[in-house]
Design a binder for this molecule. Structure first.
Ligand code: SAJ
Length: 401
């Protein structure tokens, strides 16, 4: 069984490695020559616990080879990014480019799967493109959409154990895709059609964005009402059927903060809550920056000097080193820009150094600061003793005070 994976990123690379580990002869394709070079040396270019050892093993035994161009196979997987353009319009040009690269290699009986998070209808569009370029393949190949659900940092376990949704353009395609994924997925493989599978992925992440927006809205209300939102959420969640998520400093990453736009762009009239949730989560980061700046002004008025401020955390979520689309980074920048030479100490324990921010070790910053703004609930911060002599702005529930 041979498979070609188009895209060796956060999802493509681990999936290619796990497929190779289960006896499939895999060609991994990436446009980045360094990624191809490193992978062929058995070195992974992403941070993912346990993946390096697996990569070395499958490269050494020859079941995984990386290349700039696709190789003939029995199954082809499109796992390239689907960013959005400036006005939040989905951009499926990478999916289309990868599809065009494999079309000449397709033969009757092959399986073609899109895994990239995509607007509803993308699999149908690629199906039309394939049959337009290769009319000889019409109804002779199997085409499906199969989204992933893995959580960065736990990818190896979740790739194997999570349930997956398999959406074929017809029943035979769904079955064919199930046969492939059954080789390494122990979770249940749920059958549906391509459009439903595409919408399912967007629904999962949009539902989470809406839930987080509810928690963030509560935090704004509680700030005004003089209520401790952490205590409120904890008490409300004692109800057997209530599960309110945690307020934060905003929603980051390139999944939850992006995928809802794939729905609102195509269904602008119908997706009211989904679009408002995006606004609320984006506004939360702005609100946190304003809050810090106002507290700094109050401190100066009261003490006749500017406070030393510690900005605790830059990553987009706790205990990772990924700063892409991080609301904390946005907040740190806004505070520094408006502080007119106050002493701002920026802390990120998961990153050695940063090209923009001068980083301070978290214990030093906590010791030296008059005011401490916790933006990301990194585990290191939870060990810091609560200090009554410092002004603590807890945006992510470090102390739940
Ligand atoms: N966040 C909160 N409060 C919470 C939970 C999260 O403010 O209670 C924030 C986080 O700080 C972060 C953002 O939301 O900034 C996203 O965090 P996340 O925990 O959702 O993590 P992701 O984006 O890495 O993973 C999500 C997951 N989707 C769901 O949980 C429905 C993952 O399963 C997906 O595979 C991934 O998106 C993806 O690739 O789509």
């Amino acid at each position: 069984m041979k498979a070609t994976f188009m895209g060796l990123g956060y999802i493509g690379l681990p999936t290619a490695i796990i497929a190779a580990q289960h006896g499939i002869e895999v060609t991994g394709v990436d446009i980045n020559p360094q990624v191809v070079e490193l992978t062929n040396q058995g070195i992974i270019h992403i941070v993912e616990p346990g993946l390096q050892e697996l990569c070395k093993k499958v490269v050494e035994n020859g079941t995984l080879k990386a290349s700039r161009t696709p190789r003939e196979a029995d199954a082809y997987f499109i796992v390239v990014p689907t960013p959005f353009k400036g006005n939040h319009e989905p951009d499926i040009s990478y999916v289309e480019a990868a599809t065009r690269m494999v079309v000449p290699l397709l033969k009757a009986g092959d399986l073609f799967v899109i895994e990239s998070t995509s607007p509803v209808g993308t699999t149908e569009k690629m199906t039309h493109l394939i049959f337009e370029l290769r009319p000889d393949l019409k109804d002779k190949i199997y085409i499906a959409y199969c989204p992933e659900r893995v959580l960065p940092g736990n990818v190896i376990y979740e790739l194997v154990h999570n349930d997956r949704v398999i959406g074929g353009i017809n029943a035979e395609s769904t079955e064919k895709a199930i046969t492939f994924y059954s080789r390494f997925v122990q979770g249940t493989l749920h059958k549906t059609n391509a459009r439903t599978a595409e919408m399912c992925k967007l629904t999962e992440n949009s539902s989470r964005d809406v839930q987080i927006a509810f928690a963030n809205e509560l935090s704004l209300i509680c700030d005004k009402a003089g209520i401790n939102v952490w205590e409120l959420v904890e008490l409300a969640n004692k109800h057997p059927r209530v599960n309110i998520l945690q307020p934060g400093c905003g929603v980051g990453g390139h999944c939850i903060a992006v995928d809802p736009y794939f729905i609102t762009a195509d269904f602008p009239v119908e997706s009211q809550i989904i679009s408002k949730a995006r606004e609320i989560n984006n506004y939360k980061a702005f609100w946190c920056a304003e809050k810090i700046r106002n507290e700094m002004l109050q401190f100066e008025l009261k003490n006749g000097r500017k406070p030393v401020v510690a900005i605790m955390g830059l990553a987009f979520k706790p205990d990772i080193d990924d700063l892409r689309e991080a609301p904390a980074k946005y907040i740190a920048t806004k505070v520094i820009q408006s502080c007119n030479n106050a002493d701002i100490l920026v802390v990120e324990p998961n990153v050695e150094e940063h090209k923009v921010f001068k980083l301070t070790p978290y214990q030093d910053a906590y010791e030296r600061a008059d005011m401490v703004a916790f933006l990301v609930a990194h585990k290191e911060f939870k060990k810091l003793p609560y200090r009554e002599d410092k002004q603590i702005l807890d945006f992510c529930g470090i102390y739940k005070k």
